[in-house]
Design a protein around this ligand. Structure first.
Ligand code: FE
Length: 342
């Protein structure tokens, strides 16, 4: 009776495949991360203690990690890819480096607009990209992103370069909301209002206000909140007092948000551990670390804010689907280049 035998054999094989082939690796998680914040240590060590899963961290900048995963291909040991900004998550997805995840926990905890359409990535923390200004120089600060194009702010605006993902992200959001043509005109006018050629990181934009080089600057909230919490050697407490901020577009689209997020790698050897780790990142405890440790806004509604973050005040966030922003990044980058935005 060859048929039943082969059936049994097939069933036996299936069972064998379902068992962990290499028990030694069963309690590991290979985390490819471009988050580089000291306070993330707690995130990882608490997960290890809770689950007994050892996290092997491979850290680098996002582009390097993406290139590495591409080069490793099917044999990549990556289980989870964690990074900052929708642009990079979308790029990883487009390159086939991530896989869809079905998780009730993630579906329930992470708001839909912070999830990829195909559940290939999820946002775990948020930051708002807002406007800061010198209170001693600017009587009527811009109230919207569109206002940055106004003649009132000639030679006043400091902002990051066109190659920076934060810049690409917000311009992509504006394209999604306003359309290509208005944003192209806007970008050209904003370039005309630059106080200096785009340079440095977000903290450098805030330092530019302190030094007097910039009157208006764009930065993510967490850089400012970090200075409030820890100080900065180039910004005195008096200079910090003179920096005001505006959450833009409170009467219409809301203040632009970008995220830190992650997904499960396409060929994750420890897939279950990877999903468990993402679910952990959505837990109250991990969400509080994001806020307390790195001055970010939790992705999960109702989780308490760190004092440095709460001090910025309540605001209306832009809740556009991040997938929609991702779809417009290419257009945004072209617009920036055509506007001569360095
Ligand atoms: Fe950043």
């Amino acid at each position: 009776m060859p048929k039943p035998t082969s059936k049994l054999l097939a069933a036996g094989l299936a069972a064998a495949v379902a068992l962990p082939a290499f028990p030694a690796f069963a309690d590991e998680l290979n985390l490819y991360s471009s988050r580089h914040y000291d306070t993330d240590e707690r995130l990882y060590s608490d997960f290890e203690e809770m689950t007994g899963i050892t996290i092997n961290r491979i850290e680098g900048n996002a582009d390097e990690l993406i290139a590495r995963m591409e080069a490793e291909g099917d044999n990549s040991p990556a289980d989870v890819f964690l990074t900052v900004d929708t642009v990079r998550l979308a790029r990883a997805k487009d390159l086939g480096l991530l896989q869809s995840v079905e998780s009730d926990v993630l579906e329930r905890r992470i708001p839909a607009y912070l999830q990829d359409d195909d559940n290939q990535w999820f946002g775990f923390s948020q930051r708002s990209r807002i406007l800061f200004y010198d209170k001693t120089d600017v009587e009527n600060p811009p109230q919207t992103y569109q206002d940055l194009a106004s003649d009132d702010y000639e030679d006043m605006v400091c902002i990051r370069s066109a190659t920076n993902v934060y810049t690409q992200n917000i311009v992509a959001a504006l394209v999604a909301h306003l359309g290509q043509e208005p944003v192209a005109d806007w970008a050209e006018a904003v370039v005309g209002n630059f106080a200096r050629s785009p340079q440095g990181g977000d903290t450098d934009q805030l330092r530019g206000i302190a030094s007097g080089e910039c009157d208006i600057a764009m930065s993510n909230t967490y850089y400012y909140a970090r200075i409030v919490r820890k100080g900065d050697d180039q910004i005195s407490s008096e200079q910090l007092e003179n920096i005001g901020w505006v959450f833009p577009n409170q009467n219409d689209i809301g203040a632009h948000m970008n995220i830190s997020g992650g997904g499960v790698a396409a060929n994750a050897p420890n897939r279950d551990n990877a999903v468990r780790f993402l679910e952990y990142l959505a837990s109250d405890q991990a969400q509080e670390y994001f806020s307390a440790g790195n001055d970010e806004y939790p992705a999960v509604p109702g989780v308490g804010l760190a004092p440095s973050v709460a001090s910025l005040g309540i605001f209306r966030p832009d809740t556009i689907e991040l997938s929609e922003i991702a779809d417009n990044v290419e257009t945004a980058t072209r617009i920036l280049n055509e506007a001569g935005w360095e």
